[in-house]
Ligand binder design. Structure first.
Ligand SMILES: *[C@@H]1O[C@H](CO)[C@@H](O)[C@H](O)[C@H]1NC(C)=O
Length: 249
């Protein structure tokens, strides 16, 4: 009898621990911030005002991505549905710092749902913790202040040495970061995404076990981000100027 109970217990234990291990089978997070000014300038589509209103003029959160030391991302784990009401207390902060500025004008919740489905469920965190930890990291890091304190201000009339941008991050955060660049419409290398590494506690910033390869030029642009860049386009066909231009071709 006793051994029977033990066997059942062990069976449950293995099933349970097996599923937990599958979920948390990663070594660290990449916490990725993105500069919306660069997003707006990297394609002719530009960027759009979220349907929910104006975000902050600051770095946005792109996500908290579980990675393993061999450099692979943990994605598309078990399906765990996304419920907007689980993060309703975080919504005002998410709209400021994790908005959807893709065109046409959209709502952040689609972006949050996609990020949760692809990466959040792999973290082993609850939905609320996943978004809350990411917002807390953004606030703690306050990357724009670090940039500004080091004389790296967003402007369309200057460029910066990539080495100095990296030095500013290292000095301000105490850990190295990887910078990913994109090209603006004038073919200049612009600061687009900042990758920082975070321990599995989703809180402690660590030196990256593996840094993503930087694709930036030695000199980079950190262009402006202003509200007039956010177009209010509620549907793709609602732009009469573009329609006329296409018809006359
Ligand atoms: C954006 O456009 C929609 C539809 O035309 C309008 O209802 C809304 O007030 C506009 N938002 C702003 C901030 O101008």
């Amino acid at each position: 009898m006793a051994s029977h109970v033990t066997a059942v217990f062990l069976a449950f234990f293995f099933v349970f621990s097996g599923s937990v291990a599958a979920i948390e089978n990663f070594d660290y997070y990449y916490f990725v911030l993105m500069w919306p000014g660069s997003y707006c300038k990297q394609s002719s589509a530009g960027c759009c005002l979220p349907k929910t209103g104006k975000p902050e003029l600051d770095f946005f959160v792109k996500g908290l991505f579980p990675y393993s030391t061999d450099g692979t991302a943990l994605i598309d784990c078990n399906k765990s549905p996304f419920y907007t009401n689980e993060i309703s207390d975080l919504e005002s902060e998410l709209l400021k710092y994790w908005p959807n500025i893709k065109c046409p004008s959209s709502e952040g919740k689609y972006l949050w749902r996609n990020t949760w489905n692809a990466y959040g469920v792999c973290s082993g965190l609850s939905e609320h913790d996943y978004f809350n930890k990411a917002l807390e990291l953004r606030e703690k890091i306050d990357l724009l202040s670090i940039f500004n304190k080091n004389g790296i201000v967003s402007t369309d009339y200057a460029d910066y040495s990539l080495a100095n941008v990296k030095k500013a991050i290292l000095g301000g955060i105490g850990a190295s970061a990887a910078i990913r660049c994109s090209k603006n419409q004038w073919d200049e290398s612009q600061v687009y995404e900042i990758y920082l590494c975070v321990d599995k506690d989703a809180k402690t910033i660590i030196d990256c076990p593996v840094l993503p390869v930087s694709n930036c030029d030695p000199r980079v642009v950190f262009g402006s981000f202003t509200y007039d860049m956010l177009k209010n386009v509620t549907s793709l066909t609602a732009n009469p100027i573009r329609m006329r231009a296409m018809n006359s071709m």
